[in-house]
Design a protein around this ligand. Structure first.
Ligand SMILES: C[S@@+](CC[C@H](N)C(=O)[O-])C[C@H]1O[C@@H](n2cnc3c(N)ncnc32)[C@H](O)[C@@H]1O
Length: 291
């Protein structure tokens, strides 16, 4: 499958489920990946205006910075592939004459993806953080969520919805137990006949909100994601043996999750130090040690 540009060693690694970690700028490195080979691109780019120990992109330049990678990445997706970007909006610095204003560049990015990349919006999901980092901001409420921009290459997609089912809450179970869903008399047909509705045997349908804590890992990367985020989308969009790409690998969280779910994995990271960190984490997770 990987013939001209990706070396035989890398091809062999992929076939043997050994993760491939590449150092460089993802907008250039993406070119060595063959067209229509990736099932899922999942990653978290530098956030607009974020203050981090790695290069981030300014709000005003954001679309210009991220778009070369995005444009080149879509042909690399299989026709049934997905791209999901985890991203957080940010604010402009306050000035003596003005408050710190919330940027709408992430909303611009959603529109850019739809209109310029020709992909189809599965959903804009929300990650609600149970322990958001306090900012001391008084111009607005504390920022406690991020977006997951979920797009499909094909207008008709399939996701593994059953793999995301969750337990029913006690109140839902009580409702199922006690309620007969009746045909309404106001003409609005919610159910066509009186019936009892019972819970699905493998759990309730998933919702488009992910809730949980930010990662508590004490490592040298400042934006380590909790594993449950990548896990949701890897389970939803891929099956065993499918190829996952994280173009902004950071500390390697997506790779850890992909490998532990028996997916093939390519990660790209611009910093050699972070690449090394990711490599250590992914190797530990997979027990794959190259000699
Ligand atoms: C938000 S962090 C990703 C964190 C990651 N999800 C994790 O769990 O550790 C973004 C990463 O993208 C890297 N990066 C920035 N610009 C890049 C580029 N042009 N190509 C590849 N990686 C880049 C940064 O060095 C940083 O590690």
């Amino acid at each position: 499958m990987f013939t001209q540009k990706i070396s035989t060693k890398l091809e062999e690694d992929l076939l043997n489920y050994r993760p491939i970690l590449l150092n460089g700028d993802s907008k250039n490195v993406i070119n060595i990946i063959p067209d229509k080979s990736i099932k899922l691109i999942y990653g978290s780019p530098p956030y607009p205006n974020a203050k981090r120990n790695y290069k981030t992109w300014k709000i005003k330049d954001y679309i210009k910075e991220i778009s070369p990678f995005l444009r080149r990445s879509i042909p690399k997706l299989r026709d049934d592939g997905f791209i999901i970007i985890n991203i957080k909006a940010n604010r402009t610095p306050a000035t003596p004459g003005g408050s710190s204003e919330r940027s709408l560049v992430v909303e611009e990015l959603m529109i850019y993806m739809k209109k310029r990349l020709g992909v189809y919006c599965v959903d804009i999901e929300i990650w609600v953080k149970s322990n958001p980092v306090p900012t001391g901001l008084r111009a607005a409420c504390q920022d406690a969520y991020e977006y997951n921009l979920w797009f499909s290459k094909s207008p008709k997609w399939q996701i593994n919805i059953d793999s995301l089912r969750r337990g029913y809450s006690k109140s839902s179970l009580d409702t199922y137990k006690n309620s007969l869903y009746k045909r309404r008399t106001n003409g609005l047909l919610y159910v066509s006949r009186d019936k009892m509705i019972s819970p699905h045997k493998i759990g309730a349908l998933p919702i488009n909100v992910v809730s949980g804590a930010v990662s508590g890992k004490k490592i040298s990367h400042q934006a380590v994601q909790p594993e449950y985020l990548a896990e949701k989308y890897i389970k939803a969009c891929t099956s065993e043996g499918d190829l996952v790409l994280d173009p902004w690998l950071g500390s390697g969280t997506t790779g850890v999750v992909a490998i532990s779910h028996k997916r093939k994995f390519i990660g790209i990271e611009i910093s050699q130090d972070f690449l090394k960190l990711a490599q250590d984490r992914i190797e530990k997770a997979s027990n794959v040690k190259d000699k």
